[in-house]
Ligand binder design. Structure first.
Ligand SMILES: NC(=O)c1ccc[n+]([C@@H]2O[C@H](COP(=O)([O-])OP(=O)(O)OC[C@H]3O[C@@H](n4cnc5c(N)ncnc54)[C@H](OP(=O)(O)O)[C@@H]3O)[C@@H](O)[C@H]2O)c1
Length: 238
């Protein structure tokens, strides 16, 4: 029985995670959405005792997470066991010499600044051994030969990895780590696949989500916190 907040739950991996946590009896699942009306109804698939709460969190508005926490407190939610900073954009491809700088700036705002703002807003509600998960990407890995012209997006996830590791050391009572979901069949994943000349991404949302949920469940301060993990439980390079 946990209170789980996930951002970007109206589609893709976030929707899969929302459904998965709603299938665990008695959870409270907080759906962070920039447009709450865009969320499909998942109450019908929920287990007994599950409470689903929608709250507006727009990654483009720096004050949005703080306002969302005030709203949750008004609804009697004073504690978060798991927070998953999932919402992101991923459409900044191309060689460095041609990366669109305004797109890059937008990616940095949504993928780095917004998760940091979310973390700052959530910390007071995360108690001993609560978990803050930073949804990362294989594109974040610096220790590789660039192969997908994905630096414009990847650098934002590298920066987020940095935040995840710092949070681990700065907050001794919080389990904080980056988590890469694999290359997943979502709007973002399939767009990247087409960019790379493939028809679609290799793994399904269900495969990714069942791995992610297990990694988060198994995570302790001593095993995964401060690291960059993958959805299959392996440790990623930085
Ligand atoms: N799919 C992959 O292969 C893959 C691989 C590596 C990492 N990831 C990471 O996994 C996470 C989920 O990706 P996905 O594939 O599920 O992406 P997706 O299908 O494109 O969904 C993105 C989600 O983020 C939300 N979002 C985007 N901009 C937002 C904003 N300004 N404010 C609030 N919400 C916003 C979207 O909401 P709207 O519908 O309102 O836009 C949507 O719910 C991301 O962090 C992504 O970087 C994905």
């Amino acid at each position: 029985m946990s209170t789980v907040l996930i951002t970007g739950t109206n589609r893709g991996i976030g929707l899969g995670l929302a459904k998965a946590y709603a299938k665990q009896p008695n959870n409270t699942v907080v759906l962070g959405l920039r447009n709450p009306d865009s969320m499909p109804d998942i109450q019908g698939e929920a287990a007994e005792g599950v409470k689903i709460v929608k709250v507006k969190i727009d990654s483009g508005e720096i004050e949005s997470p703080r306002k969302a926490m005030e709203e949750l407190k008004k609804q009697g939610i004073e504690k978060l066991d798991i927070v998953i900073a999932n919402a992101a954009i991923g459409d900044c491809f191309g060689a460095l010499k041609e990366v669109d700088l305004s797109s890059f700036e937008e990616h940095w705002r949504i993928n780095v600044l917004a998760p940091l703002a979310l973390f700052q807003a959530c910390v007071p509600l995360i108690k001993e051994n609560g978990k803050f998960i930073w949804m990362s990407s294989g594109a974040s890995i610096i220790d590789r030969v660039p192969d997908k012209l994905d630096a414009g997006y990847g650098i934002t996830k590298s920066s987020m990895n940095y935040l995840a590791r710092y949070a681990h050391y700065e907050e001794p009572s919080i389990i904080s780590f980056s988590l890469s979901p694999g290359w997943v069949q979502t709007d973002m994943g399939d767009r990247g696949a087409r960019w790379a000349g493939m028809e679609k991404a290799p793994i399904t949302v269900d495969e990714s989500v069942s791995g992610i949920v297990k990694v988060i469940q198994d995570a302790t301060k001593d095993n995964y916190s401060g690291l960059h993990m993958r959805y299959d439980g392996s440790k990623s390079k930085w």
